[in-house]
Design a protein around this ligand. Structure first.
Ligand code: ZN
Length: 183
């Protein structure tokens, strides 16, 4: 049975370290870690979690996506492991959206990211994948990849004025929904 893992919080040095490449994907401990991370991200209701967020400095993260009222075009992707990821190329367009992080509770930031990226990574079966992501999935991928390089979304903000509390963020989101209904 997978176990729920403790989530590291901003200030712990593991979140500021460059994570190590995974050499042996078939390794039992790595496979166990992936199962535990999937259980942990589902339990936390997150869209992704990176190994440093569970105190493991390896280049692996979990990503998941499902369509929502705000992003009806987002694909349905069950939580999956992304190992040794790289961004190969990206489009020119940058988009800012609110992000949160399981390691930075209570805080949101209007974070600029590439809208479209081409990435490579290995699956947990050791298969090499090359794929294009856009919008929400591209955003989650960039957020999680940053964790493997010791960065958090706060490092990407254009200004401290783009930070808000969860409570204020909820107000912004509900205002936005009201606005879109009027159209
Ligand atoms: Zn995060």
């Amino acid at each position: 049975m997978p176990e729920l893992l403790q989530i590291s919080q901003l200030g712990h040095p593991v979140l500021r370290k460059k994570a190590k490449l995974v050499k042996n994907i078939a390794d039992k401990e790595l496979q166990r870690l992936i199962d535990d991370m999937i259980a942990t991200v589902i339990d936390a209701n997150g869209a992704g979690i990176a190994a440093p967020q569970v105190y493991q400095s390896h280049r692996v993260f979990i990503i998941s996506s499902s369509p929502s009222s705000r992003y009806p075009d987002d694909p349905e992707i069950a939580p999956m492991a992304v190992i040794n990821p790289k961004i190969v190329s990206h489009g020119k367009e940058i988009e800012s959206e609110w992000e949160g992080c399981l390691s930075i509770p209570g805080i949101r930031g209007l974070t600029p990211r590439w809208k479209k990226i081409k990435v490579t990574y290995s699956t947990r079966d050791g298969k090499k994948v090359s794929v294009n992501y856009e919008n929400f999935l591209a955003r989650v991928f960039q957020h999680e990849l940053d964790h493997l390089d010791g960065m958090v979304f706060l490092d990407r903000l254009a200004s401290n004025k783009d930070i808000c509390t969860e409570k204020e963020y909820q107000k912004i989101v509900s205002k936005r929904k009201a606005k879109s209904k009027k159209v």
